[in-house]
Design a binder for this molecule. Sequence first.
Ligand code: ZN
Length: 305
Amino acid sequence: VSSDGLEEERAGFRDALLGARILLASDAKGVYLRSATFEAVVAGIDRLVSEAASEEVDDRLYLPLVVARSLLERSGFLASFPDLVGAIWGFLAGEASFAELLAALDSQGDWTSQLEATELALCPAGCHPLYPALRGVLHKERRVEAFGQAFRHEPSNDLARMLTFRQHEVVYVGSPQGAVAHRDGWVARAKSLLGGLGLDTEPVVASDPFFGRLGALLASQQEDEALKIELVANLAPRVAPMALASVNCHRDHFGRAFGIVRANDEPAHSACVGFGVERIALALFAAHGLEPRAWPGSVRERLGL
Ligand code: ZN
């Protein structure tokens, strides 16, 4: 199949999902309205992840989509991925500038020049809001189930690159050995969870899309140390190979950045597994068809459909 043929297959799959009103397009590229059918599948995936995590976690938290702007600075996200960031601007000028705002609006001019940066930004990665909340001395290792939300500014029609998406995570914070064990254990558990849904995946050593020329160096370091392992499903030609889950070892990056300290005074190490629930749902529609009622019985049962 030529690459044009693959492109066509993928566009066809997107058209089919929109045609069946499983997702509805919006005026913003990469932002969709989601149907109850889509969300029922997502709820099933969430429940499976919760079940898989239930024996080890000591807390379950729902993390915000909006964060303090300083989080982007301290996490290092802004320095590494400036092209993906979303900062929030507001009209802070008061009544004196209101007339100018209205005039710009009336003349269909540029009203955005009336806005100023706020202290807020959109959360760029599911688990990041958790780390400032763990600041201080860690008396024992923590395993937290986190329902994270993320925004990344990369408008496209690729369904695997929605602008906002959810990451259902299990985060470990504690010792260096514990973080490595968390990563290794969850590669196997995530593969088996996805396999139970009829989604065959391969663990692939991966890197984040660091920005710029220095970024290539950071990415190759990340790969050399196998800090990021993605579980990639190959559903070609309907969908490009896509990572359905990723397992990340952060070493002491967040411990240092957010002042999370172990009892021995060392900065805590952390690791997380993140399930991309929208992508897993898309993979299920690609693998089993657009009508969940017609999916294999074992898959329906596992998802509680
Ligand atoms: Zn994470």
